[in-house]
Design a protein around this ligand. Structure first.
Ligand SMILES: [Zn+2]
Ligand SMILES: [Zn+2]
Length: 281
């Protein structure tokens, strides 16, 4: 007489949940247990501190990963990556067209390191110098470093209530994108993380598990000397979106490695540089 128990077991093993896929190619940090803890290197100036705190605690609500803010391992320029973790940087990177970029280094299907750059050249202007824009960009770019893609790439449509949705109105109060707030992750993002990280790996690419930094520091990098600040350094455009704007680039570094670059363009860049941003077909 076990049907009820059996039924419960089956439901636990095969939860009836469907996940809309917004992972990026299934790329993920290799780790041997869940939840795993990813270090966010803090190379940020004072104004960004509370936003990194919000981003870190927002994503740590995930059941499969935690983030912890640690002393930064680089300078904001060039925001050099550190193996096994994410470096968070801000600087006046110039009128590059991008508000924020996230970069992840991939070996096979595994993320080995990541960076987030926040461009104060724009955040120092009235339009972007708001908690809404700062939260959106910090949350989204950090989300990319876990292997998440965007949920939606049309700037002008109704907010989905997640920072992984491009918008012209992060707070949902301007009357242009509905009323939902895009400053934080939503349930869909947490579900997607569960989907990406439900399996375990036999090896790890996460800092706390890779066993010592000195060996890594001595390994020559195939991308030494590239700062990845400019579109010309990002490789080929690989994301073509229904919104008419492209956002993701891939550069093969050789030695089995590549770099994926996720971009949030400014309004101004989207208007002025259709060659960079418009649909490629
Ligand atoms: Zn894996
Ligand atoms: Zn993005």
């Amino acid at each position: 007489m076990v049907p009820a128990i059996l039924l419960v077991s089956i439901l636990v093993i095969f939860p009836a949940v469907t996940f809309a896929n917004h992972s990026w190619n299934g790329y993920h940090w290799a780790r041997t247990s869940n939840p795993f803890t990813l270090k966010l290197g803090n190379n940020l100036s004072g104004v960004w501190q509370p936003f990194l705190g919000t981003t870190s605690s927002d994503w740590s609500a995930s059941t499969v990963l935690d983030t912890t803010i640690v002393l930064g391992g680089t300078n904001p320029r060039p925001c050099k990556a550190t193996a096994g973790r994410v470096e968070e940087c801000n600087s006046t990177y110039g009128f590059t067209g991008w508000l924020g970029v996230a970069q992840i280094w991939i070996s096979g299907t595994h993320i080995t390191q990541g960076t987030v750059k926040l461009n104060d050249t724009y955040f120092n202007t009235a339009k972007y110098n708001t908690p809404g824009w700062r939260n959106l960009v910090s949350c989204q770019e950090t989300g990319h470093t876990f292997g998440l893609n965007h949920q939606d790439e049309t700037f002008g449509n109704t907010n989905l209530g997640t920072c992984m949705d491009y918008t012209n109105d992060p707070t949902g109060t301007a009357g242009t994108n509905g009323t939902l707030n895009n400053e934080h992750p939503n349930t869909h993002d947490y579900d997607q993380l569960v989907s990406i990280y439900s399996h375990l790996d036999s090896t790890s690419t996460v800092f706390s598990e890779i066993g010592g930094v000195s060996a890594l520091l001595n390994t020559p990098r195939p991308d030494a000397g590239i700062d990845f600040d400019e579109p010309a350094e990002w490789g080929r455009l690989i994301d073509v979106t229904d919104g008419g704007y492209t956002a993701v680039y891939e550069r093969d570094l050789g030695a089995g490695e590549k770099v994926i670059t996720f971009v949030i363009w400014t309004d101004e860049a989207r208007a002025a540089r259709p060659d960079l941003t418009q649909r490629q077909k």
